[in-house]
Design a protein around this ligand. Structure first.
Ligand SMILES: Nc1ncnc2c1ncn2[C@@H]1O[C@H](COP(=O)(O)OP(=O)(O)O)[C@@H](O)[C@H]1O
Ligand SMILES: [Mg+2]
Length: 304
C-alpha cells in the first residue's frame, strides 16, 4: 500500500440549490442545502484513499466551530487527522456555491487560515518525509512553501506531484524544475504561458515551452480531448485521446485524473498505462452528476 501525503487546503463548503442564481439585491429560496469539507486537494485525497492508498492529509483549520466540524467529517471519511493543525485565533476557510437548475454555479471563496500554510505545518516532524512514496501538492500553497516542499522532496528522494489550481502567472517555474510531475489543465497551462490552447498542436507547443524550464514529466489535461504528456527524458510530447461524454458533470474530473495517476505511478505502473487508466476513470466520472456523489459512487475497483 503506497503512502501518500496530500498538502490540502480545507474549506467548509456550503452548497445551495436555487431556480436562478440571485443577482445583486435579489432574493432566492434554496430548495436544498449541503455542507461538507471541500477543495480540489481533498477531492484528490478522497480518490487516493478510495483506491486503497494510505493517505495523510496535512493542512490547517481555524479554532472555530466550522474547523471542528470539518475535522470530524474528514475523520468520518476514514482519514487520520492528527496532522491537520488547528490554528489559534484564525478562521477556517469557506466556500459558498449557489447552483441553478441547469447546473451552473456561482462560487465565493474565503481562504481564511489556508493562506498561512508553512513548511513547518506540513512537516512538523522534520525527519518523516522519507517514509512517503509521493507528495501530492499544488499552487494553492503560498509559493514559498511550495518551492520548499519541492526542494525537501528532492533532497529526500520522495516523488512530488504538482497541481496548478491558481497563481499560474505568479509561479516561478524554475523553482519547480526538480518536481517529478507537473499537471495543469488546459486553462491553467494557458495562464502559465500566456497563450491559447485550441487544439492538440497548440498543446504540443505549450509542452515544448514548458520543457524549456522544467525537467520533470509534464502533463496537460485537455477535458473532452483527453491529455498530452511530455515524459521526463523523452524528446517529444505524446497525445492520448479519450471518449467524449456529452452533458454530465465534469466538475472534479481533473482531480480524479490526477489522483488515479498518482495511485498508478506509486504502484510502479509505467506512465503510458497509468495515463490510459487515469483517462478512463476521469472520463467515467463525467457521467455522474455532483462531485460528492461522483466520489462516493465511482467504480474504483474496475479492472482499469
Ligand atoms: N466532456 C468530457 N468527455 C470525456 N472526458 C472528459 C470530459 N471532460 C473531462 N473529461 C475527462 O477528465 C479529465 C480532466 O478534465 P479537465 O477538464 O482537463 O480537468 P479539470 O477538471 O482540471 O478542468 C480529462 O483528461 C478527461 O479524461
Ligand atoms: Mg476542465
Amino acid at each position: 500500500m503506497a503512502r501518500i501525503l496530500v498538502t490540502s487546503d480545507i474549506y467548509s463548503e456550503s452548497q445551495y440549490f436555487v431556480d436562478e442564481i440571485p443577482k445583486a439585491n435579489q432574493f432566492q429560496i434554496s430548495s436544498d442545502f449541503k455542507n461538507m469539507p471541500g477543495s480540489k486537494m481533498l477531492n484528490a485525497a478522497r480518490v487516493l484513499h478510495a483506491l486503497g492508498n494510505n493517505v495523510e492529509i496535512r493542512g490547517l483549520v481555524g479554532d472555530d466551530q466550522e474547523g471542528a466540524l470539518m475535522l470530524e467529517k474528514i475523520k468520518a471519511w476514514g482519514f487520520n487527522i492528527d496532522n491537520i493543525q488547528k490554528k489559534e485565533g484564525e478562521k477556517t476557510g469557506h466556500i459558498v456555491v449557489i447552483t441553478d437548475k441547469s447546473g451552473n454555479s456561482s462560487v465565493t471563496l474565503y481562504q481564511g487560515v489556508n493562506t498561512q500554510l508553512t513548511p513547518d505545518n506540513i512537516f512538523p516532524h522534520k525527519t518523516d518525509l522519507h517514509q512517503y512514496d509521493f507528495v501530492y501538492t499544488g499552487t494553492h500553497l503560498p509559493l514559498g512553501t511550495l518551492y520548499e516542499i519541492v526542494e525537501r522532496c528532492n533532497l529526500e528522494k520522495v516523488k512530488v506531484f504538482i497541481d496548478f489550481p491558481n497563481k499560474q502567472k505568479e509561479v516561478d517555474l524554475t523553482r519547480l524544475e526538480n518536481a517529478d510531475y507537473i499537471v495543469p489543465n488546459r486553462q491553467e497551462a494557458e495562464l502559465m504561458l500566456g497563450i491559447r490552447i485550441h487544439d492538440i498542436e497548440d498543446a504540443k507547443k505549450a509542452l515544448n515551452l514548458l520543457r524549456e524550464r522544467i525537467d520533470g514529466t509534464i502533463i496537460i489535461t485537455l477535458d473532452k480531448e483527453g491529455c498530452i504528456t511530455f515524459e521526463k527524458g523523452k524528446t517529444d510530447p505524446k497525445y492520448y485521446e479519450t471518449t467524449l461524454v456529452n452533458g454530465g458533470d465534469a466538475t472534479g474530473s481533473g482531480d480524479i485524473f490526477r489522483a488515479k495517476l498518482v495511485s498508478e505511478l506509486a504502484k510502479g505502473i509505467e506512465l503510458d498505462i497509468a495515463i490510459k487508466n487515469s483517462l478512463k476513470l476521469a472520463t467515467e466520472s463525467v457521467k455522474i452528476v455532483g462531485v460528492d456523489e461522483t466520489l462516493k459512487s465511482l467504480d474504483y475497483k474496475s479492472s482499469w
